[in-house]
Design a protein around this ligand. Structure first.
Ligand code: SF4
Ligand code: SF4
Length: 133
């Protein structure tokens, strides 16, 4: 699907399973990547200079943006796949319990706690598009 370089509208608080979180953690150590605070508190710390710097190990939810009703590209480039396939992939991937902002040392502990609390509603039909989990 089409995606505009430098857009980053999808790159907010990224939910991750424990496995996905550890994979990103390991990758940034190996690659010498520093998580960075973005233009606002919600910007993913790995959206840097207009691109994802952890692209090869990004969580499943990042891969699904623009492909599901509840994960819409706000610029309208959606190439949706059947919701049952989205559900199957998300189900097989496991429940996200982490947010990538936990890897940003300057992130607010209160915000992280709230975002993780919000993850308890995962699978309830909540719209996960945009910049809030
Ligand atoms: S909103 Fe659309 S164009 Fe922008 S980063 Fe997300 S998928 Fe790409
Ligand atoms: S991990 Fe990459 S694709 Fe996912 S929200 Fe962060 S910058 Fe965007």
């Amino acid at each position: 699907m089409r995606c505009d370089e430098g857009c980053g509208a999808c790159c907010g608080v990224a939910p991750a399973t424990e496995t996905e979180y550890r994979r990103v953690e390991r990758y940034i150590e190996e690659q010498g990547i520093t998580p960075m605070a973005g233009g606002d508190e919600l910007t993913c710390p790995f959206y840097q200079q207009g691109r994802c710097v952890v692209y090869p190990v990004r969580p499943l939810i990042c891969k699904l943006f623009g492909h599901g009703e509840l994960l819409a590209c706000e610029r309208g480039y959606n190439v949706n796949i059947p919701e049952r396939d989205v559900d199957r992939m998300v189900g097989a991937n496991g429940r996200p319990t982490r947010v990538l902002h936990e890897l940003l040392p300057s992130a607010s502990p209160e915000s992280i706690a709230q975002w993780k609390e919000d993850l308890k509603g995962w699978g309830s039909g909540k719209d996960w598009s945009g910049r809030s989990p």
